[in-house]
Design a protein around this ligand. Structure first.
Ligand SMILES: Nc1ncnc2c1ncn2[C@@H]1O[C@H](COP(=O)(O)OP(=O)(O)O)[C@@H](O)[C@H]1O
Ligand SMILES: Cc1ncc(COP(=O)(O)O)c(N)n1
Length: 282
């Protein structure tokens, strides 16, 4: 079985971060592993507190995985500050992953800063040059480029600017612009547009985490970059379409497990409790 490692923050609410990444890996049929950079006390409404993990423990988690298991692809999510970015960059330089997908997480859907503002330059200088793909949303692409992005043509310009920082490719996600969410990809040779259709829902917690993990899983399984992005785009569209009304804020995407079907499971549970009550009766 192919394997993927996520280096990211934990979301106690289960919708984003490490939890979304592992659910996505599992649903995509790869074996998921994790290196936790921070524990967030979070739900669908808010981030209440954040505890960064000691640098030595972050380094040890990554080393423990690489020194025992063949890692087919790596994804990076929340890294809280410059010291964590430096540690992750130094450690990954030792192990040289085949694929590195970086989701430059900056602010949660609820508006909580997950990356210190001063750390943006460190992320840009140390990590972007190591990336096979970097996947900013519109506000993140604006921070990385220093330009406003209000249209698809602004996205093209931003792709060029971000690519010049050293990653092999860029995918700017268009979910934050009006209209159908179009994601724009650029690898220095060609632009590719991944056209979506907008699903009217507030349940979009963890969608960026899910998309980047789904891309990582497909790369681990041997897909080309454009194929991996197309499969991941289909995955996130379906996961938002079937998103869950859990909690009082932005609910999570729905990760379908290939062997799990909600309707069938409901039926099975009904039979199960019926059988139990029959066998329990005198
Ligand atoms: N309402 C929506 N309907 C369909 N797709 C969406 C919707 N919102 C976002 N997406 C898609 O989900 C992915 C993540 O989107 P985006 O919101 O831009 O990033 P982030 O979650 O990092 O803020 C992108 O592929 C985007 O096009
Ligand atoms: C630990 C962690 N990582 C990433 C996100 C971003 O997800 P979103 O943009 O959906 O809030 C988050 N809220 N928490």
């Amino acid at each position: 079985m192919k394997t993927a490692l996520t280096i990211a923050g934990s979301d106690s609410g289960g919708g984003a971060g490490i939890q979304a990444d592992l659910k996505t890996f599992s649903a995509c049929g790869v074996f998921g592993m994790s290196a936790i950079t921070a524990v967030t006390a979070q739900n669908t409404v808010e981030v209440r507190s954040v505890q960064n993990i000691d640098l030595s423990v972050i380094r040890d988690q990554i080393a423990a995985v690489f020194e025992d298991i063949d890692v087919d692809a790596v994804k990076i999510g929340m890294l809280g500050n410059s010291d964590i970015i430096q540690t992750v960059s130094d450690t990954l330089k030792v192990y040289q992953p085949k694929y590195l997908v970086i989701d430059p997480v900056m602010v949660s859907k609820g508006g909580h800063h997950l990356l210190e503002k001063e750390a943006v330059a460190t992320l840009s200088n140390l990590l972007l040059p190591m990336a096979s793909l970097v996947t900013p949303n519109i506000p993140e692409a604006e921070v990385l480029t220093g330009n406003r992005i209000q249209s698809e043509s602004d996205m093209y310009e931003a792709c060029r600017k971000i690519l010049s920082k050293g990653p092999e490719a860029v995918l700017i996600k268009g979910g934050h612009l009006k209209g159908d969410p179009t994601d724009v990809f650029y690898d220095g040779n060609e632009f590719k547009v991944f056209q979506g259709r907008r699903i009217e829902t507030k349940n979009v917690h963890g969608t960026g985490c899910t998309l980047s993990s789904a891309i990582t899983a497909q790369l681990a399984k041997g897909a080309s970059m454009p194929e991996a992005i197309q499969i991941a785009k289909d995955y996130i569209t379906r996961a938002i379409e079937k998103s869950l009304d859990i909690g009082h804020g932005h609910g999570p995407a729905h990760h379908f497990h290939p062997f799990y079907d909600v309707k069938n499971e409901d039926e099975r549970m009904k039979h199960h409790s019926l059988n139990n009550s029959l066998s329990a009766s005198p």
